[in-house]
Design a protein around this ligand. Structure first.
Ligand code: CUA
Length: 319
């Protein structure tokens, strides 16, 4: 399910952001050390009975008490101007560098923020998935971000900075993974009770592997062959499941919840909360409110044990 994502392990556009981070961290640390040094120096002078202002000055008329203006000008004006100029210049340069990551006709993936999961549409290829964004490695990919509910924020720390999903508008940026692998992403804007569990994976694949994945996702679901899975499918189509979920190749066309056409090919459940395996799936279908309180999926508590097993068997055929 991806390691802990780190902004300090950057690829693509995230490199510019990490460079800026190091600059700020370096400057901040240098200033901290400088201030602590002067503080320690002043304390030492005082404890040594010397004071910052020499005794001769203290004994002199009041006008002479004003210490030299030089440290004030240097530390209070010159140094801040220099530091802030460097920081502003570096920030503007980083923003400009991010703005140039535009390619003429990149693969565009639409990502729609739901409460609390990610709808992922590959309009160019005519299919939809959820919580898992596959991209070809080494190629720029445009991500178009939308929301129909509240503000979310799309963040894959290793690949790019954050970008908000704002109701009523489309935000767009370009990401690129330089190495194949799994990158963990998360929602970075508080969006309700399960905000912290609104995660996703970006899976960067070699182009041939990506093309194979696309071809597989474009297929309708294969009808189940085992009797138990067939019974599960009949249940799925007869129960409330179809009010919210779509499975291409069946009569299920709901669009409130994740598209399940190739559900079993996905690595995680519940927006990257859990690995997608039989045990977790059983727990999820039986009582999703226990795992993720407040989400829109009702419990399948009207099902008997064997019915639940049949349903799970069917869902597991959707690869
Ligand atoms: Cu979506 Cu926080």
């Amino acid at each position: 399910m991806g390691g802990t994502p780190s902004v300090l392990d950057p690829q693509g556009a995230a490199r510019y952001i990490a460079d800026l981070w190091w600059l700020l961290a370096g400057l901040g640390s240098a200033i901290f050390v400088l201030v602590i040094f002067y503080l320690a120096f002043a304390l030492w002078r005082r404890s040594a009975g010397r004071g910052l202002v020499p005794k001769a000055t203290l004994d002199a008329p009041l006008a002479n008490h004003i210490p030299s203006l030089r440290p004030v000008i240097l530390g209070g004006i010159v140094l801040p101007i220099a530091v802030l100029s460097v920081v502003s210049f570096a920030t503007v340069r980083t923003l400009r560098a991010l703005g140039t990551l535009v390619t003429p006709d990149p693969l565009t993936i639409q990502v729609i923020g739901q409460q609390w999961w990610w709808e992922v549409r590959y309009s160019a290829y005519g299919f939809e998935t959820a919580n898992e964004i596959h991209i070809p490695v080494g190629e720029p990919v445009a991500i178009e971000l939308r929301s129909d509910n509240v503000i979310h924020s799309f963040w894959v720390p290793e690949l790019h900075g954050k970008l908000d999903l704002i109701p009523g508008r489309t935000n767009r940026f370009v990401i690129q993974a330089d190495e194949a692998g799994e990158y963990r992403g998360l929602c970075a804007e508080f969006c309700g009770v399960q905000h912290a569990n609104m995660m996703f994976l970006v899976i960067a694949q070699p182009p041939a592997e990506f093309a194979a994945w696309v071809a597989q996702q474009q297929q309708p679901a294969q009808p189940p062959t085992a009797p138990m899975a067939q019974a599960g499918q009949a249940l799925f189509l007869a129960e409330n499941c179809i009010n919210c979920h779509a499975i291409n190749g069946t009569d299920a066309t709901g669009d409130l919840g994740p598209d399940l056409t190739h559900f079993a090919s996905r690595r995680t459940l519940a927006a990257a909360m859990l690995p997608n395996n039989l045990g977790n799936l059983g727990g999820w279908v039986a009582n999703p409110q226990h795992i993720k309180p407040g989400n829109l999926m009702p419990a399948a508590d009207g099902l008997t044990g064997p019915e639940l097993q049949a349903l799970l068997a069917y869902l597991q055929t959707l690869d």
